[in-house]
Design a protein around this ligand. Structure first.
Ligand code: ADP
Ligand code: UDP
Length: 238
């Protein structure tokens, strides 16, 4: 599949058209960003690690019946995906309190959330991705009502699949963010699932193995992502 014109360059990935109007190429760059793009750094091998990590997780989700945009791994840093009309909303599920929920509600990091909580955020870096609810999404026309319901259902289904997967490998899936889009009227999981967009802790030590290592300057960022992948049974060679 030939890479065509660059459609969009985000904080961590670039998106290219292909000769098939229904397909795009996602190029995973080594760029890493946090705090809505205020902290940026290039990390060696990160593009390759995240591209392969994402392919592995998307495969597991597809096996479990979740409709995803993922088509195939093209090379170390490129994947072929279905072109979606992206819904400009981030869906976040939390199993354990960490990050913004602790700052917003003054709750302690590490508290189990039962039931897991669900939050919507508007994808808008300039405004710091504000938290929104279903009424905002409908009133401002960001997504149709049935698509909002579908995103929620799919996000919880992803949580069920991945909580079990990480747990079996000795890790806690603390929280994660998903993005969805629409193709031929159907909602698909888009974007990526990598340690850049989730929190993962070791079950015994509660050591942070995700992007908090970058946010909090803990070091060994890419090495930790690889460790998470390796524990899940993923090989990054070849
Ligand atoms: P950001 O835009 O948040 O800086 P990235 O650097 O990851 O994020 O850029 C990837 C962009 O590609 C995001 O805007 C994402 O919504 C978009 N995208 C992801 N998957 C698809 C898809 N299947 N079709 C169209 N756009 C997509
Ligand atoms: N997240 C993300 N992109 C964003 C905001 C959040 O991938 O723009 C992920 C983040 O990595 C975490 C989860 O969503 O796994 C919840 O993030 P939170 O609201 O706690 O914000 P943070 O403190 O991480 O900025």
């Amino acid at each position: 599949m030939k890479k065509g014109t660059e459609l969009y360059s985000g904080k961590a990935k670039s998106v290219y058209l292909t000769d098939d109007p229904d397909l795009l190429i996602l190029h995973f760059r080594d760029d890493t960003s946090a705090f809505d793009g205020k902290k940026i750094q290039k990390l060696d091998r990160k593009g390759m690690v995240n591209n392969k990590f994402n392919a592995f997780i998307m495969g597991k989700l597809a096996e479990a019946g979740i409709p995803t945009h993922f088509q195939s791994l093209l090379n170390d840093q490129d994947s072929l995906v279905l072109k979606l009309d992206m819904i400009p909303v981030e869906c976040v599920v939390r199993n354990i309190a960490a990050g913004s929920i602790c700052r917003r509600l003054g709750v302690e990091e590490g508290i189990d959330l039962d039931p897991p909580t669900f939050e919507f955020f508007l994808k808008d870096d300039e405004r710091g991705d504000p938290m929104i609810n279903e009424y905002h999404i409908q009133a401002f026309g960001w997504a149709e009502k049935e698509h909002v319901e579908r995103m929620k259902t799919l996000t919880f289904a992803v949580n069920d699949v991945l909580t079990a997967l990480f747990s079996a490998a000795g890790m806690l899936l603390v929280d994660f963010k998903l993005e969805f889009g629409v193709h031929n009227g159907e909602v698909y999981l888009g974007d990526e699932f990598t340690p850049d967009g989730c929190r993962v802790w070791d079950v015994e030590t509660r050591e942070k193995l995700d992007k908090d290592r970058f946010r909090q300057d803990l070091g060994d960022v890419v090495e930790s992502y690889e460790l998470v992948g390796a524990r899940l049974g993923l090989s990054f060679d070849g």
